[in-house]
Design a protein around this ligand. Sequence first.
Ligand code: ZN
Length: 600
Amino acid sequence: MSHVLAAVAWPYANGPRHIGHVSGFGVPSDVFSRYMRMAGHDVLMVSGTDEHGTPIQVQADNEGVTPRELADRYNRVIVEDLAGLGLSYDLFTRTTTRNHYAVVQDVFEGLHRNGYIVAKTTLGAISPSTGRTLPDRYIEGTCPICGYDGARGDQCDNCGNQLDPVDLVNPRSKINGETPQFVETEHFFLDLPALAEALGRWLDTREGWRPNVLRFSKNLLDDLQPRAITRDLEWGVPIPLEGWRDRADKRIYVWFDAVIGYLSASIEWARRSGDPDAWRRWWAADAEGKDARGYYFMGKDNIVFHSVIWPALLLGYSGEGDRDGDPGDLGRLNLPTEVVSSEYLTMEGRKFSSSRRVVIYVRDFLARYDADALRYFIAAAGPESNDTDFTWAEFLRRNNDELVAGWGNLVNRSISMAAKNFGAIPPVDPAGLTDADRALLDTVRAAFATVGDLISKHRQKAAIAEAMRAVAEANKYLSDQTPWKLKGEDEKPRMGTILHVALQAVSDLNTLLTPFLPHSAQKVHEQLGGTGVHAPMPQIVEVEDLDGGPAYPVLTGDYSVGARWESVPVEVGRPLAPPKPVFRKLDPSIVDEELERLGA
Ligand SMILES: [Zn+2]
């Protein structure tokens, strides 16, 4: 058994999440975590909502609420959505907790003490009418490089070049159209060049990373520039330095605070567990957590943060860059083992866009369809290694032809035939098993190794395809053996044997599919006469802030219970009732209905 950290991307709390978001980081990280737990590892799966930064400040201003009120609203929406999908976080928290503030400030101080944070004077834009800082992305103008008129202060979407707002020709505020004023302002920067060599050495030791991610990360090292980690903004974590702590106009940059969330959420989880140091088993680079592994799940636009910038922060905090230094108060910390990034999901051939209504929100989806139907689509056809298009026609086909007609049908006919003819799980008759019986049982048992290995290597598409291939074998077995024809009294023992074998296959296949389809796995477990928790589910719990801040909801759960990753013999004589279908067949008319909703 080893300690496995599943560090899952932090959704930004400025609106509900759509299925594109959860297909990238949410479902894959849950499938991985569930499997690793079932295989006996000690998993810590953490995340939360990312709640600071200018977009939330600006949106709150527009709505006439405080940023905290806005964040409260969407934190709750997102927590409910992720719970609805059955994502088994040990802790899903948020970045506005006092614990998070304290951990972020500790990391800032540690880096500062070691000399990896430097101060610089820069030109910042302010709005002449409000006196408030205008963030880069709210400044628009003409690109000085390609002449495109809609360039943003931080980047030109036409030529792709990174920009500084002061470079824009005819800069204007996207909020009210006025011309920004540029004033000198002091900020802190993370001295990435002083960490580049240590980063390079660490990247050289990475094994199993996708070659393009590794190459891309290494190429960045030569051009690393100091990166701003503070902003002119009131909404964020205060800067923990003398003379800065009490300034209301300067805050730690949202990217810096959010990426530390993996660590702060682990610490919060430990504090809530009653063993405040328990987080060290996943994080401490000394004896305690030396063998721990950390897997970071995110969309591909976030690779750089997790393969370069987050490791740089951790190296600097541990005192391992050009300037050396001592580990901060939390000690030397583990760097990521692997960065598991997904590609993009598009919707009916278009990019998801809330403003253009090319979107389906998680809660709207869950109001009309089952969570496992979406989880199945994401696992079987999601953007694991290629950009992938979600179409309603394909969703319908996968649900009806594979989930309902394949797996659902196998479950239903096996259990209902056994219930009707025996009322219980029948025994194997004394004549024993035939070659065909043994072949099916062997196929299904062998799948534990192959499916598990594929999930542990983040090849979930191949893993579920392998499980579904075994489902097809079991369906073929039933069709070949035709137990329904064995009606005579003398044929009944053979019928019982076939159904026993089929039910054993269903039970094992259900275990194999549990990481992907936890909701239906629990139902199948119960239809097989099982009791207790087979697939544990997350709970929403209202908690007090540990350090006196406002209360908030978290997602958490007891995942120590539930099925293990192994074949368990079915219990002869266990009563069976006629089953209800576990999956819903969808009417083809949903495709047109949904396309109409999309305005297509
Ligand atoms: Zn340009």
